[in-house]
Each structure stands twice: as structure tokens, then as C-alpha cells.
Design a protein around this ligand. Sequence first.
Ligand code: BDP
Length: 584
Amino acid sequence: MLYPLQTKTRDLIDLSGIWKFNFENEKEEMIAVPGSFNDQVVGHDKKNYVGNLIYQKDFLIKEEMLLNEIFLRFGSVTHVAKVYINNELVGTHKGGFTPFEFNINKYVKEGENRLKVIVSNKLDYTSLPVGNYSNENGQEKVDENFDFFNYAGIHRPVKLWIKPKQHIDDIVITYEVNKNNAKVSFDVKTNVENPKLKISILDEKNTVVSTDGVITNVRLWEPLNAYLYKAKVELLSNDGKVIDEYTEEFGIRTVEVRDNKFLINGKSFYFKGFGRHEDSYIHGRGLDEVLNVSDINRMKWLGANSFRTSHYPYSEEMMRLADREGFVVIDETTAVGLMANFGFDLIGTTEKKNTWEKINTKEAHEQVIRELIDRDKNYACVVMWSIANEPSTAEKGAYEYFEPLFKLARKLDKQKRPCTFANIMLAPVNKCLASSLCDVLCLNRYYGWYVNLGDLKVAREKMLEELNLWHEKYPNKPIMFTEYGVDTIAGIHDIDEMTPFSEEFQIEYYKMNEEVFDSLSYFIGEQTWNYADFQTKYGLFRVQGNKKGIFTRERNPKSIAKHLKNRWTMIPNYGYKELVLEKK
Ligand code: BDP
């Protein structure tokens, strides 16, 4: 799916701003779009409302617009959107984190038109993420089956995208790199039979470097040193006139998993970075480009080179920033909460929960894989797909659930990126039934926090023991941590550095983890949990949310930031393991 841009042949109208808003059968108020509704309204009941949210906005259609195809495009609506124009149903979309668009020519008239979006924030055992839904005497509730607040609303921009009648629908980019040269292939989809196309590749100075897909002396996209070419695609009429034009930026890099290594451009890459959330004060999960830019800059300041889009596809705007800045991204679907009766403490029991009989998320899961790959397929920054976060893979049925989903992702991604999922501590090597499907073993581990709290010595031994068992079973699969961390309340200090929640303990915990990472040749990356503190549902383990951030929710650094900065600025993107093990 193409990102909405204005081009010589296309217009774009942004409907962001103040919309009319009401909870079903309640009085109208104002709401800003994009943004979560929850922290724009005031009061516990409103913030936690479950049901239908009604958004309305008037927009203008000019006569000449009707000569073209008018698309109404949503960056995302969380979680279900029913879209009406002038009271007629235009379409429905389920899934709160991927874009969708409808052709609306049939529904609009010249002049004023009324757009209405009925948004549902309901989650249950058929949706992703998974929620525990209840309805007692008309009182609807969603208890999140995951550890972040169920922010909802129109989270990303809404745009009218005016395209020519005959137009380009999509561009799929693949390439082969051979020494200094690359051969790029374009699969261009249009709504025209036997389209006449002209494709040129331009460099960053806008010089045409190729008209046949071959780039000599190719400049590769490198971590934190991105280079983006432009594919200018023109759809021509029989007499050679340009009917439609779209320019897609793209980087060229190779990705391969081989012999315990994650190779980018043939060199062994070390991931340093974060699991993050799209989360901030007031905006909730709504697109905030100021926040995105400042987060990218803070991550760079720390020496990070990567992040995982935990636990849902991030905005297209963030993906484009990452692509431009050279951030390496593990791109995750919305599949979180795939464990019946999820609790906060992770200690849980391995008692039979029958997750794979109880949940019914297959359809939603296939859809999000399709939509995510369709949206992000051309980004060089995306180096791996994460099919899920912490699913209950120790339970019978997990392999059967995941095998077809991995197959689907591998079939859909023409760039053939590696695939993984983030493994939960409750599914260690001798219990996890789905890890064989992964190209890289991504582990979320909390030794010294959820287990062995306050005894980092034992925690270290247990962690090392577990990692070595994974390596024994899968000697060729590289291993990384996609989560590790401890809740830390900024400003709490203690001379006893083993005191949980203190800034001192957070540092000790990280040091212990790092010593283990640095001793293992097959260990290829560290992504902390979390980049910043974030909002969750209420819980005895949560003090106004999850406090495992390296930064506070306001984006101020905790003491650990300095420690990480010192470490990460010394770790090169490539060849770290060779370097650190040689030193020993
Ligand atoms: C893992 C989850 C993550 C949580 C984290 C935690 O993947 O969403 O926020 O642990 O407990 O279970 O902090």
C-alpha cells in the first residue's frame, strides 16, 4: 500500500484537526484527530469507556475533484472503524494499527459532505490485541490481556487522496546486490490493463542513475547511515503523456541469518536499542511527530541503532523516519495477549490454560500479517518480522497455530526477511513448541526481576544456563534479548543498590545482563524494556503505569541512561562480537 503523498498527478487533503465526538447516546464534545480520546476527555468513566465512539467531520468536495478518484484514507483507527459518508455506509475495517482506504466517489457530492466514523474499542478473544470482554447489564468492559493501556480512537491521520482515474496502486521493490552493483525489480500494480510504465531511479541528489533497474556502484543503506534512492514510477497514456506519477523512496541492503550471525550487507550486526511504545501524555497512542523525532534523537544520543515495534505496527510516519535515519527495525504485528488469562507478574503457572482452544485470533492474525507486510515491504529499515509477542508457546497447539502464519509471512514478503516472535519466560527451551519456526531466537527475559529478585548472582547463573541450553538445541540460530528490564521510579535512590525500584538497582541489573551478553558469541543483540515509562491498566505491580523505561514518560533520562550511553557508544554496529570476545 502506498503512503499518501502529493505528486504532480495527485492531491492530498488532511482532515486532521478538531472533530465532533460523542460516546453513544451522549452529548457531543470536541476531540482532536489524530489522538487517543482517553486523555482528551476528563474523568475515570470517560477515560475507560468501552463501546462505540462517534466521530464526525464535515469536508468540502470541489467540482474538479469529482473528475478524479477520491480516496478516503485512514492511517489507523483503533480498533474497529465503520465509515459513513452522508449517512451511507462506505466500509468497515478491523485492526487498530494498519492503514486502509476507500474510494468514495459514489458517496460524495459537490459541496459539503459529512463524514462519520463509528469507532469501537472493544477487544475480545477474536481480536488482536486480545482482550477480556465482559458485558454485565449493559456495562461493557475490556480487561487488557496485555501490559499497556487500551488507548483508542482515530490514532493516525485521515486524508482525502485524489488520484487520477487511471492510477498506480502499488509498487513492490526487490533487488539483488552483486558486489558493487544492484539489480532492482519493480512490480507495479495499476488499475489499467497492460499499463505503459516508465520507471527511473534517482539518487539523493535527484540525478537519474538508472532506467533499467541496474545501479552501478550502488550506495547501500547502512545502519545509522541511510541512503535512499527514489523510484519514480510514471503511468503513461498510449501517446506517452503522464497519467499518474508516484515516487517511492527505498534503500538497498541485504539481510541474512547465517552461522549464529545476523548479517546486514554481509557484515555481522549487533542490535542495541529498545522495545518501545507509541505512548505519551495526553496524546495517548495518537500520532505525535514531535515525539517521534525527539525519540529518534534520544535513541541516537544513547548510541542505539534499533528498535522493535512492540507490540503493534507503528505509524507510517515513524517507519519513514527510521528508514531515513538508518534505524534498524524489527517489525511486529498486533499479536499480543495470546495467552489465556495473562497476568502482570509473568511468574504465572504453567497450569493448563488451553489458550489455543480458547482464542480465535487466526483470521485477525492473518489479516495483520498481510496488512503489515503490504504496508512496510519496501522499507530497508525493516530487517525482520515479529509474528507475535509472548504467545503461550508452551501450550499444546502453539506449533499448529503458528506454522501457517510463519508460512504466510514468508510467502508474502518478496524481500524474504527473517521471521521471529518474542518468546516469553514461561516457555523456555524445553517447553517452547514454536521456536523452531524462528530464524532468530528473540527472548524476553527478566532474571533478577520477576525471578530471583534481589539476587543478581543467582539470576546471572540461571540466565546463562538458559541461554546455553537454547544454543545447544539450536546451534545455528542467533539469540538476542528483545526485552529485559526492571521497574525503576525516577528519583528513588538507595545506598543498597539491590533495592528494587531504585535507580541504582536498574544500573546493577543492566550490568549483570551485559556481562552475560558479552560472554556469548551467538548473542547478537540487546533491546531493553522499555525505551520510556508508559501507561498500563491498573495493577498492584504498576505505579501509574509500567516504569521500566530508560527515560521517564516525559522523556527525561534516568541514571541508567548514562550507563547505556557509555556502553552503546563503544559498541560498533558491525563486528562487535568478534571484537569483545577477542579482548577476553
Ligand atoms: C512482557 C511484555 C511487555 C510487558 C513486560 C513487563 O512483553 O508487554 O510490559 O513484560 O512486564 O511480558 O514489563
